[in-house]
Write a protein that binds this ligand. Structure first.
Ligand SMILES: [Fe+2]
Ligand SMILES: [Fe+2]
Length: 357
């Protein structure tokens, strides 16, 4: 559309003043770019993160005021969130402590990093947390965390808070007691973790998986089994945690993946409109994101922004396992998911810089 010059300068100025006065904004003037700020990929090293997370135990205690002792993975350029849709944070719970029961419309996942002897109660179901376990606390489910062991527990919280906040749909409710009554121990596992078998009664068509505890040993066994059968050029041996009753991603807003990058494998690069936060659960290697090399080792975190080229590599002789949260279900449900392979240089990006280098 071409802008015409039929109005003189004064008349034009008057026109804009009048339209502004009644809150009409001409779409042809100073087009605003909509959406959140662009973010660059970023990495956090476990060797730097862990001491600060442990030290936070001397600064605050979870109670009704503090609620949770967490530290956000604060990607530069974002004043909240780790990507524009999701927030990832590290939570510390010391022996004897309880992070009080509540529920909220944002959905959360817990990816357990270190420690033992603590549990999360989800809707009355007591789920003992061990490293590599995935625990879901879906939208509006009651949850609290207690540590009855002798070790500090650290886990990764992943929530869709930025997205839910943008939609103005954030609601919260505190449970009247610090802990909710426990009605079962590992019940969701007993009912739903066998995969192909499920009870003939019980939950159906929930907007999230009724299995909310995925144990590490089963995840790893599944990855190893699949690694003998095949691989994906962009993600090597990757599996998506799914709702055993529907086959869909575990949650409506986020999906979780565990992926095994076999020793010495460098995947090909691609990009997609979904964003991801990764944790290196095991191994050592690097990712190339937007041409930048991120060398990672066990425990590190990194973020892959939307539409950034990325590829992953495991060091020679080292098997790596990456965990990730992704906003893919949101993008797919709104028909906004796009993905494309990098076709130049035999599928690998030229490396132009190194993170932190
Ligand atoms: Fe919560
Ligand atoms: Fe990807």
């Amino acid at each position: 559309m071409a802008v015409q010059d039929k109005l003189g300068p004064e008349e034009l100025q008057q026109y804009y003043a009048t339209s502004d006065g009644i809150r009409l904004s001409p779409g042809w003037v100073g087009r605003e770019r909509s959406g959140p700020p662009d973010i660059e990929p970023f990495q956090w090293r476990w060797s730097e993160v862990a001491p600060l997370v442990l030290k936070s135990g001397e600064i605050v205690t979870p109670d009704r005021d503090v609620e949770r002792r967490t530290m956000r993975l604060a990607t530069p350029g974002l004043d909240r969130g780790t990507t524009h849709t999701m927030v990832a944070a590290l939570q510390l719970l010391l022996p004897g402590e309880c992070a009080p029961a509540h529920r909220h419309t944002p959905t959360a996942i817990r990816w357990i990093l270190t420690g033992s002897g603590a549990y999360t109660t989800v809707e009355g179901d007591k789920c003992y947390m061990e490293p590599g376990d995935l625990i879901l606390t879906p939208s509006w489910t009651w949850h609290d965390h207690s540590n009855e062991g002798t070790d500090p527990m650290i886990w990764l919280d992943g929530l869709d808070v930025p997205f839910v906040g943008y939609l103005r749909a954030h609601f919260y409710e505190a449970f009247p007691e610090d802990t909710q009554p426990i009605t079962g121990v590992g019940d969701s596992i007993r009912k739903y973790a066998s995969g192909a078998l499920r009870p003939i009664w019980g939950e159906r068509d929930l907007p999230y998986s009724p299995l909310w505890h995925y144990k590490w040993d089963r995840t790893y066994e599944a990855l190893k089994g699949l690694s003998e059968l095949g691989s994906d050029p962009f993600d090597d041996v990757a599996m998506e945690f799914s709702d055993p009753t529907t086959g869909r991603p575990v949650l409506r807003s986020m999906t979780c993946w565990a992926q095994l990058i076999r020793p010495g494998i460098r995947t090909k690069a691609h990009r997609h409109t979904s964003s991801k936060v990764y944790q290196v659960f095991k191994g050592e290697g690097y990712s190339v994101i937007s041409g930048q090399r991120f060398d990672w080792t066990e425990g590190d975190f990194f973020v892959v922004p939307s539409w950034a080229w990325h590829e992953h590599a495991s060091s020679e002789g080292t098997e790596s396992v990456l965990f990730s949260i992704q906003d893919t279900p949101v993008m797919k449900s709104m028909a906004l998911y796009r993905e494309e392979p990098y076709t130049e240089h035999t599928g690998h990006q030229p490396i132009t810089s190194s993170f932190g280098g």
